[in-house]
Design a protein around this ligand. Structure first.
Ligand code: GRF
Length: 201
């Protein structure tokens, strides 16, 4: 069984979807740890309710990004984590963190990368006027939303969409896609060659 850590700063609906998938048996792994950089993150409560170990690690207790990331990596090692899933974790990871878990850190982003990376991916796509957007699960490298793509799902932009309605549909899509990608990792079905991530059948 792979041991998964989820890092989240906010609402944690993706965390919830992952926890539900684990409970249903749709992910061949277990969520062993949830970490947040925000004391009030709903994600911590969601984990707590399901009896999952949940820690707030306060960036203010550390001198900078790398020191903070060292504290997180120490915790991940202590909990023998195999996969780190970022789910709305609003911090760029240092080279130290990325190198500690090469191709073992995933992120979900609310656009079809490489379009609209960074903050507000949904709003950027909406304002640009694209007719199709979606979400992307990718491995994390040192760049901003630049690592190898694992899975993507398209979401059409419809005539009367607002940023909010579009965001809701993208969220629903994320909640399907992220558990699927995590399960593929847990079953050792992902193989990265250069930028390309292959799914082994
Ligand atoms: C998601 O839209 C995800 O794409 C982005 O952050 C958001 C997290 O949402 N990286 P939630 O906290 O899981 O509800």
């Amino acid at each position: 069984m792979k041991r998964i850590a989820v890092l989240a700063s906010g609402r944690g609906t993706n965390l919830e979807a992952i926890l539900e998938a684990v409970e249903r048996g749709s992910i061949a792994g277990e969520v062993a740890l949830v970490i947040s950089d925000q004391a009030a993150a709903q994600a911590l409560q969601r984990a707590g309710k399901r009896g999952v170990k949940a820690l707030f690690i306060n960036p203010r207790d550390y001198g900078g990004r790398e020191q903070y990331d060292r504290a997180i990596v120490d915790q991940l090692k202590e909990d023998r984590i195999d996969l780190v899933a970022l789910a709305g974790f609003m911090r760029l990871l240092s080279a130290y963190f990325v190198n500690a878990y090469p191709m073992q850190i995933m992120n979900i982003h609310p656009s079809l990368l490489p379009a609209f990376p960074g903050l507000d991916g949904v709003e950027q796509a909406f304002d640009y006027g694209v007719k199709v957007t979606g979400c992307t699960v990718h491995f994390v490298d040192e760049g901003l939303d630049t690592g190898p793509v694992i899975l993507q799902e398209a979401v059409p932009v419809i005539q009367h969409d607002t940023v909010e309605t579009l965001h809701q549909r993208i969220h629903a899509s994320e909640h399907r896609l992220y558990p699927t990608a995590i399960d593929l990792f847990c079953r050792e079905k992902l193989k990265v060659e250069g930028r390309r991530c292959k799914i082994i059948d």
